[in-house]
Design a protein. Structure first.
Length: 115
């Protein structure tokens, strides 16, 4: 078992979750069960899958969950681009979140490649 709370990728993932929930307040009520729900769910999925993978015994299983986390990071980027395109949130808020998300993608990719 690995201590996921020491991993920088998990810490950054948790920071992303906090920022996504702050940004979600800007989304229209009509998107409560649409983009808002999907955006928060995929953000939560990033650190959650890092943590879940840490409990796996085999390296193959561990890598699989890290790859799921990476997929969630790319999904989040897509949702953020949709929010940006629809102009539902302040530009600086989404730009900052996109930067964090892309950094997380790069870190996860590097981490996966080292496994």
């Amino acid at each position: 078992m690995r201590d996921f709370k020491k991993l920088l990728i998990w810490k950054k993932g948790m920071a992303i979750v906090s920022e996504v929930y702050k940004a979600a307040v800007f989304l229209p009520d009509s998107e409560k069960y649409g983009v808002r729900s999907q955006t928060t769910r995929c953000a939560v999925s990033i650190p959650s899958n890092i943590a879940e993978g840490s409990a796996k015994k085999s390296q193959k299983e561990y890598r699989h969950f890290e790859e799921i986390s990476l997929g969630s990071a790319f999904e989040l980027e897509t949702h953020l681009l949709i929010i940006q395109q629809q102009e539902w949130a302040p530009v600086d808020t989404i730009d900052a979140l996109l930067l964090l998300t892309i950094e997380e993608q790069k870190m996860l990719t590097s981490f996966i490649n080292k496994l």
